[in-house]
Design a protein around this ligand. Structure first.
Ligand code: A3P
Length: 314
């Protein structure tokens, strides 16, 4: 099968370019400080989530062996991805794959993970899918009517906001957004960043957390009690838990190991050179000013009136 050039050219995934990777160019929008986005289903999305790819992702025929991990951006989804790849491969890097990225399918994206229908059908089970969609835009249609297993990971929104700022700043896919931190925090709180409101996103999955085929995780729990959370994931997926396997996965997926391992460090994508930034809980404290912290806490309390999120904003 002929693979798209991006897949063959594994060490030089170039910058995202509207002209090459986006269609429907007339509907791309530019906000303050050049922030580039498109609207899909009224949710702010990156330009590389094209209407065509999005529709394709919604109609994928999922299998009961499929695993789809999902999150709001910068919530630990790449960490979860590596954990999943190791679980389904007996704790080892798959022999036929060169990178974590090439071990996954991200159907809604036209850029880093292009996949054709034929390629997806030819992929042996279990297939692992990546998604950053809110529940109502999930891979394969309505998740609770779907045979696929979905794992959602959420993270403290203050850490997400900071991580996301450094991820989006001056990047091709954000139109080289050049805003200062306080501008970013404002549009993050308004839900005007790619993937929309953190609250709407997390709430959309939280409301379905008790469904048999949905597992809801938190980044902070993985940090605090990795082996317990790993066992939870393996139980959910129906994998036996051997102590040596648990230890092996725990060692391979530390922040330090993922950052230095060429399989997982994403260095083949040029603009991901600082993807593994800090990997900490509450590193927001190094970024938020006191007044920003108070404003965010107040905003959070209002949005979280019914106490559905469980993050200690500290
Ligand atoms: P920071 O920017 O705070 O360091 P995603 O993969 O969803 O985009 O999330 C990226 C965030 O997860 C980044 O956060 C990244 O450093 C962190 N991360 C990636 N791998 C990790 C690991 N093995 N352990 C802890 N954090 C990790």
């Amino acid at each position: 099968m002929d693979l798209p050039k991006q897949l063959n050219d594994k060490f030089s995934i170039g910058e995202y370019s509207d002209g090459i990777h986006a269609d429907d160019l007339e509907n791309l929008k530019t906000g303050e400080y050049g922030y580039r986005y498109r609207l899909l289903e009224n949710v702010v999305m990156p330009p590389y989530i094209t209407p065509e790819k999005y529709q394709f992702s919604r109609t994928i025929q999922t299998r009961d062996s499929d695993i789809c991990y999902t999150s709001y951006p910068k919530s630990g989804s790449t960490w979860l991805a590596y954990i999943l790849v190791l679980i389904v491969n007996n704790g080892e890097i798959p022999a036929c794959k060169d990178t974590l990225r090439n071990s996954l399918h991200w159907v809604a994206s036209s850029w880093t993970y292009p996949r054709s229908q034929a390629e997806l059908e030819a992929t042996p089970s279990p297939r692992i899918f990546k998604s950053h969609m809110p529940y109502q835009m999930a891979l394969g249609g309505d998740p609770i009517k779907n045979p696929c297993k979905y794992i959602y990971i959420a993270r403290n929104p203050k850490d997400v906001a900071v991580s996301y700022y450094y991820f989006e700043r001056e990047k091709s896919w954000s139109g080289y957004y050049s805003g200062p931190w306080d501008h970013w925090l404002k549009i993050f709180m308004e839900g005007n960043v790619q993937r929309g409101s953190w609250f709407d996103h997390v709430l959309s999955w939280w409301q379905h957390r008790d469904a048999d085929n949905i597992l809801f995780l938190r980044y902070e729990d993985l940090k605090a009690n990795f082996k317990q959370e790993l066992r939870k994931i393996m139980t959910f997926l129906g994998y036996e838990q051997h102590d040596d396997m648990i230890t092996k996965i725990a060692e391979k997926t530390t922040f330090e190991n993922m950052q230095k391992d060429n399989f997982s460090n994403m260095h083949e994508i040029k603009e991901f050179h600082s993807f593994f930034r800090k990997g900490k809980v509450r590193s927001w404290k190094e970024q938020f000013e006191e007044d920003q912290c108070l404003a965010f806490n107040e905003f959070y309390e209002k949005k979280n009136e019914r106490h559905w999120t469980q993050f200690d904003l500290g």
